[in-house]
Design a protein around this ligand. Structure first.
Ligand code: SF4
Ligand code: SF4
Length: 369
């Protein structure tokens, strides 16, 4: 115990932190550093602060807490790091120690309370979102809507349902709770995260679902990567872009339109799904897919992830504005995560850029008979 912090979790990654040579390669890619402009707000800075917390060299004061929560967990620094340090793991373990020591940010506390009470971070009443106008039922194929599409971007949920209907799929929506991503990114304890995971697994199993589709990159990453670390996942999970690519759809033409694609960090760098959304976009007759300066593995973050959107909306929007500006040459900026769509929309309000921001499923639904 030191300075109010019991750094049990950080002690697990002490060796990893010691691999940092302070070379600074991570500086060239960090979206927060680009906006904040001082060294603590970059991977090596966050590692030094975490190391200091572990050894009681620095107190968990407001500036340290702020810096550790101003990471979008985009993982781009890991791509550049010659020492192969798992920076996101270190940041998230530091957050776990901060939360366990009573240092949860007030804005995060509100979100966590809403999830634990109502099953979603938006304070909406628990239950099936009315926008979908259908009830969960037994079926082989399930659609996990996710809280953002259910309560903030219903157009994404409706488009996904519409596509599945047009393709003649017999499917059900899942009787779901929050996937737990928010709790995990913020640093909540494993028991609370596991509880949400198990409730979703139980609900999906009770419906007899053998394959689950996701239109949210964050929810998908949770089921694909994080759930198996905590609970048994006895069904297949797929992002909707993988499903659409496999179907080989016949889409209507959009003559002469330039499309660019934003890789959600959760889908791209975290899970490695880069080609499928592009495959779908390339199949649109008359459209030209043109990449931004950062794309696929080198994609630039939208600024919304890792709890940034709720805790530091100003910073989150300025990162998003930069990303939208990078798409200024295009008619359409397509992504495949409602949370990215929302944040990019917020960023667009700060720019003069006229690019239209749209989720992949909405574009596909509009071009599918
Ligand atoms: S790139 Fe890796 S080794 Fe270099 S300063 Fe950043 S975290 Fe440390
Ligand atoms: S994960 Fe992203 S935001 Fe966090 S330190 Fe690395 S590059 Fe910066």
């Amino acid at each position: 115990m030191n300075g109010g912090i019991e750094a049990k979790n950080l002690s697990l990654v002490q060796r990893s932190m010691m691999k940092c040579t302070f070379c600074g390669f991570c500086k060239s890619v960090c979206p927060t550093f680009e906006q904040v402009g001082w060294d603590p707000a970059v991977a090596r800075g966050r590692i030094i602060l975490s190391y200091g917390l572990l050894h009681g060299d620095i107190p968990a004061d407001d500036s340290v807490i702020e810096t550790l929560y101003q990471c979008t967990t985009c993982k781009d620094c890991e791509r550049r790091c010659p020492s192969n340090i798992n920076v996101v793991d270190i940041v998230e373990l530091a957050r776990k120690d901060l939360v366990a020591s009573g240092h949860m940010l007030p804005r995060h506390r509100k979100v966590v309370d809403r999830i634990m009470e109502g099953g979603n971070p938006y304070g909406e009443s628990r239950g099936v979102p009315e926008v979908l106008e259908r009830e969960p039922r037994p079926s082989r194929l399930g659609y996990f809507v996710g809280c953002t599409a259910a309560y903030r971007n219903p157009s994404t949920a409706r488009a996904t349902v519409s596509i599945l209907d047009k393709l003649g799929e017999d499917f059900t929506i899942v009787n779901e709770n929050c996937c737990g991503s928010v709790l995990q990114r913020i640093g909540c304890n494993d028991d609370d995260v596991r509880g949400l995971m198990q409730s979703n697994i139980d609900a999906i199993m009770a419906q007899g679902v053998k394959e689950v589709l996701f239109s949210c990159a964050g929810c998908y990453r949770m089921f694909k990567e994080e759930y198996p670390r905590f609970v048994d996942v006895p069904f297949e999970v797929r992002h909707v872009s993988e499903y659409l690519a496999e179907r080989g759809l016949k889409l209507n033409a959009v003559e002469g339109r330039i499309i660019t694609y934003h890789d959600p960090c959760h889908l791209g760098r975290h899970v490695g799904v880069y080609q499928e959304p592009r495959q779908v976009l390339r199949s649109i007759p008359g459209a030209e897919l043109r990449e931004m300066s950062g794309f696929a593995e080198t994609s630039h973050c939208c600024g919304g992830g890792g709890g940034m959107r709720s805790a530091y909306p100003e910073l989150s929007e300025s990162i998003a504005a930069k990303r939208v500006d990078e798409a200024a040459f295009a008619d359409l900026l397509v992504t495949t995560c409602p949370f990215c769509v929302n944040n990019l929309q917020k960023g667009k309000e700060r720019t003069k850029c006229s690019v239209e921001i749209i989720d992949l499923v909405e574009l596909v639904d509009s071009l599918l008979e």
